[in-house]
Design a protein around this ligand. Structure first.
Ligand code: PEP
Length: 252
């Protein structure tokens, strides 16, 4: 799992790539991308493909597989949900929490993100907390207040040492899947804010990723901004060859 110095390239496959396709994808990707000492690659497949992806990447210590979501309870009568211990048993070592599609399509609340972060930590999964404002919130000048509210709700109860084991992904909602991305400067401004929140609450390290329409054409420019510890990528991670190219060139 990541050390602060390593750049993180995280792929969110959303509701794409079944188990057979995950095996095929990983075989193509791992051949094309032999690894690089200063980077880590994380994959967030749909729950049904976690095990296939984790097995396919088992020999690569620079590759981590995670879940896209978990329920906050460890087990019980929650039809259709998966828990932290269940995804961990399937091979996940990390989990996205509060992705904007969970918040805005499925109505996940700030309070629920907090429960999920705690559930992930108690199962020793690395939570990747996604935060970000909507377009109207940015235009109203409330972007930082929204992100602060999301951090307070999800991480306010987490003590300093545990905060070291959390990664935050800043993903402005207006940039996800829209082809519109934040400028490196706008992203850096919010990353500084997130970093200050984490360090101010007792974290000794702060890993902050950027997500929102990152692709092969803009990754290098975004990653040239030292505030960005890596990227979280949806659409542009679905093709193994394009993703291998982005991972190889993006941190040049
Ligand atoms: C995401 O799903 O987290 C994301 C950033 O998607 P996209 O790269 O497609 O905007």
């Amino acid at each position: 799992m990541t050390e602060l110095k390593k750049r993180v390239f995280a792929a969110n496959w959303k509701m794409h790539v079944g188990p057979d396709d995950a095996r095929e994808y990983l075989s193509a990707f791992l051949q094309r991308y032999p690894g690089h000492p200063d980077r880590e690659v994380w994959f967030f497949p749909p729950a049904v493909s976690i095990e296939a992806a984790a097995r396919a990447a088992a020999n690569r210590h620079d590759v981590t597989v995670g879940a896209q979501d978990i329920h906050w309870e460890a087990k019980g009568a929650f039809t259709g949900a998966v828990s932290a211990p269940l995804v961990k048993a399937a091979g996940a070592r990390a989990v996205l929490v509060g992705h904007s599609e969970r918040r805005h399509v499925f109505g996940e609340s700030d309070a629920e993100t907090g429960r999920k972060v705690r559930a992930a930590l108690s199962a020793t999964l690395l939570p990747v907390l996604c935060v970000g404002e909507k377009l109207d919130e940015r235009e109203a000048g409330n972007a930082m207040a929204v992100v602060t509210r999301q951090l307070d709700a999800a991480l306010g109860d987490v003590d300093g040492p545990n905060l070291d084991g959390i990664v935050v992904a800043y993903e402005p909602v207006w940039a996800i899947g829209t082809g519109r991305n934040a400028t490196p400067r706008d992203a850096a401004e919010m990353h500084k804010h997130v970093r200050a929140w984490l360090l101010g609450h007792g974290a000794r390290r702060a890993v902050v990723l950027y997500g929102g329409s990152v692709n092969q054409g803009n990754a290098a420019e975004l990653l040239a901004e030292p505030e960005l510890n890596g990227v979280l990528v949806g659409g542009a991670s679905l093709d193994p060859f394009g993703w291998a190219q982005l991972v190889q060139t993006g941190a040049a």
